[in-house]
Design a binder for this molecule. Structure first.
Ligand code: HEM
Length: 118
């Protein structure tokens, strides 16, 4: 399941860059398709990550809220939210700077928890 989880978020990040560059070039129609596929990958990330989280949650009980895996999962949700907001703001012609910053910060937190702490 961990490999499925890593594969899904990795593909999602590629799809973020593909969608962003398409929107930047004004190719709104193909961008709509890649964004739809990206949303499917959000669900796959949530399903695989949620499954992994469930395994920890059942063994940690109420201690889950103070565990590193809880903060890892929360940061993972933040990555997804910043990706979605970034593309939405860009599609509306608004500034994406704030969401790029959030994307980088949340991704660094997730990678730190995923590979260093856990
Ligand atoms: C784009 C978003 C996400 C990224 C980039 C990400 C990244 C990662 C990474 C790097 C790992 C460690 C993989 C390894 O040890 O080989 C991991 C594991 C994990 N992720 Fe995510 N994740 C994301 C979203 C989520 C979400 C939304 C959840 C929860 C609903 C979640 C829950 C977990 C859990 C429970 C683990 C297992 C921790 C462990 O055993 O090391 N992740 N993730």
């Amino acid at each position: 399941m961990i490999h499925a989880h890593v594969t899904t978020w990795f593909i999602a990040i590629i799809l973020l860059f593909v969608s962003y560059s398409m929107q930047k070039k004004g190719k709104q129609k193909p961008a709509k398709i890649t964004k739809m596929i990206l949303r499917l990958f959000y669900i796959l990330i949530l399903a695989t990550g949620g499954h992994l989280f469930g395994i920890y949650a059942s063994s940690l009980g109420s201690g889950i809220f103070t565990s590193a895996v809880f903060w890892k999962a929360l940061a993972g949700l933040w990555v997804i939210a910043s990706m979605e907001m970034l593309l939405m703001k860009q599609a509306k012609g608004k500034s994406t700077e704030l969401f790029w910053i959030q994307f980088v910060v949340s991704l660094l937190i997730v990678l730190f928890f995923g590979y260093v702490v856990l």
